[in-house]
Design a protein around this ligand. Structure first.
Ligand code: HEC
Ligand code: HEC
Length: 341
């Protein structure tokens, strides 16, 4: 290994394992080797541990949290963001597709908001570039929250507590962009490290033997081609039915929502392309896929094998992969929930 490269690795080691720097100072040679090995392991893996959160503006997080759970954002005061992104359901919803204002059934399953700031784009079809842009969407969507931003800002301005809280944080007080900013700051704070992250960082005992075996199966059959990086997904668009025709076999009519990325790019080559979803917390978020058509992880893994990889996975492989997927369930940070809930 060139000297430059090893310097880089040690530097990277210090950044990644910030907590071990002190030890290294005490015993540089020994400490450095251990850390170097750990980083080498992490560097080779297609899956990456979650980054540490920077310093949080807890006042903004609290304001965003309140807005996220407040039905004032919907046209008739019946729906909050949390209605379709429930913390008790892994940040998603226990329905096939969303039910919006006045019981209207939406076209697509709601993805999780947990760790969503790490997605390369937002929505299944990537039509929003980030969380701020994303949060504008559901409020004004006639079949989601069915409100107008003018109406939302007016209602918030009629609430003395909100007026004071916004005034303390934003020079121009209550505006659409400050509302979406506060919500985005809250969402950015919803990072959920799991036992698997500890394992990736070198703690061999953080996951069970069955989960380790499952991770090996996950890699051996090729899942990380699409589900990789810190989100184990969230980094690219891919065709649903890459190897076999999923929509032909599904047996229900192809909807506009099924066209995925094509709806945004109008590029026929991107028909049925979706953002590869994160697999973090996936055990908590049934039903699965953009159409909410699969009720269990086992079924979904079988579908992935057949349509994305052209492999008929056997029962042992499926169960092994599902065991691994369960190790991706993370811990909600303590400030995620509204006080008293
Ligand atoms: C009526 C149910 C419903 C409500 C209310 C709702 N959402 Fe969603 N949310 C969805 C659905 C469905 C999608 C996926 C839509 C799509 O991709 O076309 C989604 C997507 C998202 C995403 C993108 C996640 C990803 O992986 O791409 C985020 C972030 C999000 N919503 C946050 C919010 C916030 C913030 C609010 C409140 C301002 C909100 N949602 C209100 C149902 C809802
Ligand atoms: C060629 C890319 C690709 C490969 C390979 C792939 N997936 Fe996927 N995966 C996707 C896409 C795209 C979706 C979303 C499809 C949809 O919703 O219609 C998805 C969805 C999922 C979901 C559902 C997540 C949710 O929240 O609904 C699970 C679970 C999953 N994949 C697991 C796996 C496993 C396990 C493997 C390996 C056996 C695998 N995937 C291989 C691209 C891929």
């Amino acid at each position: 290994m060139s000297q430059l490269k090893s310097v880089f690795i040690v530097l990277a080691a210090i950044t990644v394992f910030g907590c071990t720097t002190k030890k290294e100072e005490a015993a540089p040679a020994e400490g450095a080797t251990v850390v170097e090995e750990k980083v080498a392991v992490v560097a080779e893996e297609p899956l990456k541990p979650l980054p540490e959160l920077g310093e949080l503006d807890m006042k903004k997080v609290a304001l965003g949290r309140k807005l996220f759970h407040d039905t004032v954002l919907s046209g008739d005061g019946t729906l909050a963001c949390s209605t379709c992104h429930t913390l008790d359901h892994g940040g998603a919803e226990p329905r096939k597709t969303s039910t919006g204002i006045r019981g209207q059934i939406g076209p697509i399953n709601s993805p999780t908001v947990l760790n969503s700031s790490l997605n390369f784009v937002q929505f299944w079809d990537g039509r929003a570039k980030d969380l701020r842009e994303q949060a504008e969407g559901p409020v004004a969507n006639p079949i989601e929250m069915g409100a107008t931003w003018e109406g939302v800002v007016k209602r918030l301005k009629g609430n003395d507590k909100y007026v004071a809280e916004f005034a303390a944080l934003y020079e121009d007080g209550i505006t659409k962009s400050n509302v979406t900013d506060a919500i985005a700051v809250y969402e950015e704070a919803l990072i959920t490290p799991s036992r698997f992250d500890k394992y990736l960082m070198g703690d061999q005992n953080a996951i069970t033997e069955a989960e380790k075996k499952g991770y090996e199966t996950f890699k051996a059959v090729g899942c990380p081609t699409c589900h990789n990086g810190v989100l184990i997904g969230g980094g690219m668009f891919q065709k649903m039915g890459l190897v076999n025709d999923y929509f032909k076999d599904r047996g229900t009519e192809v909807t506009e929502a099924d066209l995925g990325r094509f709806n945004v790019s109008k590029n026929l080559a991107e028909k049925h392309f979706f953002k590869v979803p994160t697999l973090r917390n996936v055990a908590l978020t049934p039903p699965y896929l953009h159409d909410g058509s699969r009720a269990t992880l086992e079924e979904t893994v079988l579908v992935m094998g057949k349509y994305q990889l052209g492999r008929e996975l056997n029962e042992a492989e499926v169960n092994s992969i599902v065991a691994f997927l369960k190790s991706l369930t993370g811990e909600l940070p303590p400030y995620a929930r509204l006080p008293g809930t």
